[in-house]
Design a protein around this ligand. Structure first.
Ligand code: SF4
Length: 154
């Protein structure tokens, strides 16, 4: 069972009401079992919504509103849903493919809290939770390397 960011599969849950559709992710998951989640909308935020970034130990949006709780609740709900799906299928969660640089889904690199398009080292709220649970997290930008690794291990 693979967890995947909904926006990567074309769900219009991105902050601007659009998607981040990735043909590579979609193709990779064609013959696989997956749970599609969007932690931000699952936390009660709308699409569209004001963009948010992690600022210190909080998540703030461009209106200056503190949306930390919505991000935290959404991450918990997304994890719970993925666990339920995995249990229904009798599978383990082996991987998460999440949207790069998002304050929820970003892994390794995220926007730096200045709303200036600058990235810094760090993980989004959902990626932190998954890593704490021991789940391997990659972004859509790392998927091709992951696929090559899988092929070389066959
Ligand atoms: S929270 Fe994750 S799945 Fe939802 S729009 Fe943002 S990057 Fe995509």
């Amino acid at each position: 069972m693979i967890i995947v960011s909904g926006c990567l599969l074309g769900i219009p849950c991105k902050y601007d009401g659009g998607t981040n559709l990735s043909k590579t992710v979609k193709g990779y998951l064609t013959d696989k079992s997956y749970a599609m989640v969007c932690p931000e909308t699952m936390g009660g935020l709308t699409a569209p919504r004001s963009p948010a970034e992690i600022v210190g130990d909080k998540v703030l949006n461009t209106e200056g509103e503190d949306v930390t709780e919505a991000f935290r609740i959404g991450a918990e709900k997304a994890w719970k849903l993925a666990c339920e799906r995995a249990e229904e299928k009798g599978e383990e969660i082996t991987l998460a493919i999440l949207k790069a640089r998002s304050p929820s889904c970003g892994s390794g690199r995220i926007y730096d809290g200045t709303f200036a398009g600058v990235v810094t080292d760090g993980d989004g709220v959902f990626a932190v939770l998954l890593k704490e649970k021991g789940i391997k997290v990659i972004t859509e930008e790392e998927l091709e390397a992951h696929m090559e690794e899988e092929t070389s291990n066959d």
